[in-house]
Design a protein around this ligand. Structure first.
Ligand code: ZN
Ligand code: ZN
Length: 368
């Protein structure tokens, strides 16, 4: 006899909208406010799927268990109403023990073509950039090796370059900083344009040189942060045929990734895209959702004014951490509030545009 916990059966019989309402009601608890324990338990246990299919365009995996990570991601597709999950490789340095790149999981991902896909370079191209920054050598030999590695990754089957970084606070991988217009970033944008693949870049927003925000520690982070927005704009302008995805919109740890800045850059650079990430455990300093769980007005206006320029990239790890609030869930609570036409673009169409034939044929099958 199949065992079905009564709780699950009960909840599944409630229409999705009713569950969504319950979760909104408890949203305050995720931000440290009180709510009824019963409602909280339901919210923690029963996920609210996306109202229409979406691509999780920025996820991570356990490099020590690639097969288990792939199993967990495939199992999550239906629960989330995700059409596809794209794994990214954390941006890393050569000095960091445990560094890895796409090869560690590629064979497992390929078994689920059309459901899972993979970017590459976080553990190699990104490390080469960090090394070039510290040695000051970005000469012809270094460029030749960089290009060869980028082309090798594409030949093996990655569908984009990521996760790269230009300003990354210490976390799973070390503190890293590089000018976004470094010669190797410019070369990467030419390679991305030539091969029609996007670049995914993690970059805390630093409009001007500034001290490290006081809630962060130095070391391991740098005590001073270098301005990077003007250099980022030079990268975007360098090759307008290279699409650049600025990761982690909604997860801002300097306080300078404002709606105003994002709007200005989207307006000025048609090749700029952004991944929406909302993490209730680390909401950062510019959060798209209010304490009531609703999208703030200026954020909603940005999503509807630039509907072709956003994708969902919640930074979810698979297997999902057992007792942590789920990033994908919070991001989908935002997604579900978007107007249907905007949701369709942000959910699947923009990803199909960015990654082309690697994903588009599979996404056409997803009903919006
Ligand atoms: Zn990141
Ligand atoms: Zn990431």
């Amino acid at each position: 006899m199949m065992r079905m916990p009564g709780r699950r059966v009960g909840i599944l019989s409630i229409p999705v909208l009713a569950v969504a309402t319950l979760v909104f009601a408890t949203h305050g608890s995720l931000l440290g406010q009180s709510s009824s324990p019963a409602a909280k338990k339901i919210a923690a246990v029963e996920p609210v799927p996306a109202a229409t299919p979406f691509v999780e365009e920025h996820a991570h995996f356990d490099e020590k268990d690639p097969a288990g990570s792939v199993r967990a991601a495939v199992a999550a597709l239906g629960r989330e109403n995700a059409a596809m999950i794209l794994f990214q490789i954390s941006p890393d340095t050569f000095d960091h023990p445990g560094r890895y790149d796409s090869e560690i999981i590629l064979a497992e991902v390929k078994k689920h073509n059309g459901k899972l896909a993979l970017t590459g370079g976080g553990g190699s191209l990104n490390a080469m950039i960090m090394q070039a920054v510290s040695t000051g050598d970005a000469g012809p030999e270094v460029q030749k090796k960089f290009k060869a590695r980028a082309e090798e990754l594409l030949r093996k089957g990655v569908i984009g370059f990521g996760e790269m970084t230009a300003e990354h606070f210490d976390g799973f991988t070390p503190y890293q900083s590089a000018p976004p217009d470094h010669p190797l970033f410019l070369l990467l944008s030419d390679l991305a344009a030539e091969h029609s693949v996007p670049i995914d870049i993690h970059m805390e927003a630093v409009p001007q040189d500034m001290a490290l925000p006081s809630d962060l520690k130095s070391p391991p982070n740098a005590a001073r942060l270098h301005a990077n927005i003007a250099a980022f704009e030079r990268l975007l302008a360098h090759n307008p045929r290279a699409n650049v995805i600025w990761a982690h919109l909604g997860s801002d740890f300097t306080g300078f990734r404002t709606v105003e800045l994002d709007r200005r850059l989207l307006q000025a650079h048609p090749n700029l895209y952004m991944e929406i990430k909302t993490d209730p455990r680390a909401p950062g300093k510019n959060y798209p959702l209010g304490n009531d769980g609703k999208i703030k007005t200026d954020w909603l206006k940005m999503f509807t004014d630039f509907p072709d320029r956003f994708v969902i990239g919640s930074d979810q790890h698979y297997p999902e951490p057992k007792d942590a609030d789920k990033r994908w869930q919070e991001t989908i609570l935002l997604f579900n509030q978007l107007p249907a036409e905007v949701r369709k673009k942000i959910g699947t169409e923009n990803v199909a545009h960015l990654y082309g034939n690697s994903v588009a044929p599979f996404l056409r099958a997803a009903k919006n």
